[in-house]
Design a protein. Structure first.
Length: 134
């Protein structure tokens, strides 16, 4: 299963890399541009209004679908997505990148993990030790 997901993500990257260099595709700015298009599509009320953004958003949708699957398989991640939808995750990512533009020049995975860790942290209740009983 893990190999299938990896191949899916690789196929997505290769398919969209035809118009961009390998280095461009790996940068956060590439994922941000695609996710920004996805948000435009989600905010549009008609397919005409969405226009070219639909095709441009495909990379982001595939990336975060694979990310969700990988997170589910990992099971012990510090990112707790709960019942988050892809659309909400993408909006969290875009908002985070708007606040942290320096990540645009880093590998896309760094921005994605940072954004989702910030937006969906796992809060484990830390209970104080029980006092000894007399």
């Amino acid at each position: 299963m893990l190999r299938i997901l990896g191949l899916f993500l690789l196929t997505s990257v290769v398919g969209f890399a035809q118009t961009a260099s390998n280095e461009e595709v790996r940068q956060g700015s590439y994922l941000y541009k695609s996710c920004h298009a996805a948000v435009r599509v989600m905010n549009s009320s008609t397919s005409v209004e969405a226009g070219d953004s639909v095709e441009e958003s495909d990379f982001c949708l595939g990336y975060f679908a694979a990310f969700m699957d990988m997170n589910d398989l990992q099971g012990h991640s510090s990112i707790c997505l709960g019942n988050a939808s892809e659309g909400t995750m993408i909006r969290v990512y875009v908002a985070y990148m708007d606040r942290n533009p320096k990540l645009m020049d880093e590998l896309m995975i760094l921005g994605a993990v940072s954004a989702l860790h910030d937006g969906y942290p796992c809060h484990k209740a830390i209970l104080p030790p029980k006092p000894p009983q007399k």
